[in-house]
Write a protein that binds this ligand. Structure first.
Ligand code: SF4
Length: 313
């Protein structure tokens, strides 16, 4: 249901919002957000939720999504959008084809005296070699590939669907917010809450408004006898910490085998990337990485860098 634009008299508050959309990742926070709305504990009721399917979520996430979208749980529809299959793109990347890069880790060993190409971008943004240089000593460098996946597989398809639902497709965007997008960021991840950079929509973070941390979401779900949602993120996302990889290895052998295979296929041959590519942050093959609890110490939450708040919620 679209909201008719409101016209208010002088001094009254104007609310031109015509569409309220909940960004659903099917993890703990966005599930809690959707159910809070369904219970009337956050309002006004969203018009719909949108889930962007990368095609590479664990089976438990798809089962949870099916339940949420069944029509028996939420009083608003769940739209599922997709820009393709990220796993298939990964396979193509290992063969040197174009991909929407994931934030995988690179390990590059450069011997002393090596001649290295120097790259720049051409007018189309493609990498081109513009010269060469020699190194003075052997160096090992660890890096992370620039992340394009969230934009291509989540932000763009969700944005397209939101504009379609708001009647903005192929139309000039209003210079004021007509869409309210709800994002399930909790207080413990407040660093990820960023304002919209587009004037036609405004972001809202209802869990932060209610001062709810992830543990409060879990407590609320338990209090209401709801299932605890699985962690939502691509099976082979390099942002996973050891605990997540360990859980996958020990409880989801199908996903684990798939991630190990994807990791192997990415090792070399990726356009514009020197060195070897790994899914695990320690830059060793995933099935050889130290996933013991002792190795957990000091791990950064890399999803915290995922500023759009689209992954892992
Ligand atoms: S979960 Fe990870 S791999 Fe998947 S879209 Fe998000 S950042 Fe990219």
């Amino acid at each position: 249901m679209l909201h008719a634009p409101l016209v208010a008299g002088e001094g009254a508050a104007l609310s031109p919002i015509r569409l309220r959309v909940l960004s659903l990742g099917a993890g703990v926070q966005s599930t809690t957000l959707a159910l809070l709305a369904a219970h009337g504990e956050i309002g006004p009721m969203p018009d719909c939720a949108i889930f962007a399917d990368t095609g590479w979520e664990p089976s438990t996430v798809y089962q949870h999504l099916d339940w949420l979208a069944s029509g028996n749980v939420l009083p608003f529809p769940v739209h599922i959008v997709s820009a393709g299959n990220i796993r298939e793109q990964l396979a193509a990347a290992g063969e040197g084809r174009r991909w929407a890069s994931i934030p995988a880790f690179t390990r590059t060993v450069t011997p002393a005296g090596a001649e290295l190409p120097v790259f720049d971008e051409d007018d189309d943004g493609e990498l081109i070699e513009i010269g060469q240089r020699r190194t003075a000593a052997e160096t090992v460098s660890i890096g992370m590939i620039r992340r394009q996946c969230t934009t291509e597989f989540k932000i763009v398809p969700i944005r397209r669907k939101v504009r379609e639902l708001a009647g903005l497709t192929r139309r000039r965007s209003p210079s004021y917010p007509v869409v309210e997008q709800w994002i399930g960021i909790s207080t413990d991840e407040i660093i990820r809450a960023k304002p919209s950079f587009e004037p036609w929509q405004v972001k809202r973070f209802p869990l932060i408004e209610k001062r709810m941390a992830r543990r409060d979401c879990l407590a609320w779900l338990r209090r209401h006898d709801y299932p605890i949602p699985p962690k939502s993120a691509c099976v082979g996302c390099p942002f996973h910490d050891n605990a997540r990889w360990r859980h996958m290895r020990d409880h989801d052998p199908v996903a684990w085998a798939d991630a190990v295979e994807a990791d192997r296929a990415l090792r070399s041959g990726i356009r514009g990337v020197r060195g070897e590519v790994f899914l695990h942050r320690s830059c060793v093959p995933l099935d050889e990485a130290d996933l013991s609890t002792a190795a957990d110490r000091g791990q950064l939450d890399l999803f915290g860098n995922e500023c759009e708040g689209m992954c892992g919620l």
